[in-house]
Ligand binder design. Structure first.
Ligand SMILES: [Zn+2]
Length: 137
């Protein structure tokens, strides 16, 4: 789930329709005019920008998934931006293991719900950890 949106699509700021960005980039390259939606609304990458609210349905799905998780891992985040930083805590408060991998301190480092805290680059630590876990099955 992409709680903070995605760069792989653009979204109309009026009707919220999402679409492939490439036709809009082509339009801009050819016309040097800002692409707009069929409804007349402005388009921007379908990410949540500073000052924008999370999509309520995405937040709700994230909270639901967290409340049913068997294990939660926070990767490459300072866990300082809420409500997204609350998501792993929803799972951890149910007593499931909570792992944090980040280079640098996080706001959850001192919480008793954290099972393991690894100080390192996610891309260096996480893929081998997943591979090792899968090989143990
Ligand atoms: Zn639109």
């Amino acid at each position: 789930m992409e709680l903070h949106g995605t760069n792989s699509q653009v979204e109309c700021q009026t009707c919220h329709q999402r679409s492939d960005p490439e036709p809009h980039f082509s339009y801009f390259r050819e016309t040097r005019r800002s692409p707009i939606c069929g409804c007349g609304g402005f388009l921007k990458p379908a990410t949540i920008s500073f000052g924008q609210n999370l999509r309520p349905e995405d937040l709700s799905r994230s909270e639901d998934a967290a409340s049913h998780a068997d294990f939660v891992i926070a990767l490459g985040s300072t866990l300082s931006v809420y409500p997204a930083a609350e998501i792993p805590l929803l799972a951890a408060r149910n007593g499931v293991p909570y792992a944090i991998i980040n280079r640098g301190a996080t706001e959850h480092d001192v919480l008793p719900q954290v099972t393991i805290r690894m100080e390192d680059d996610v891309e260096k630590v996480f893929p081998p950890a997943v591979a090792a876990a899968l090989n143990e099955r």
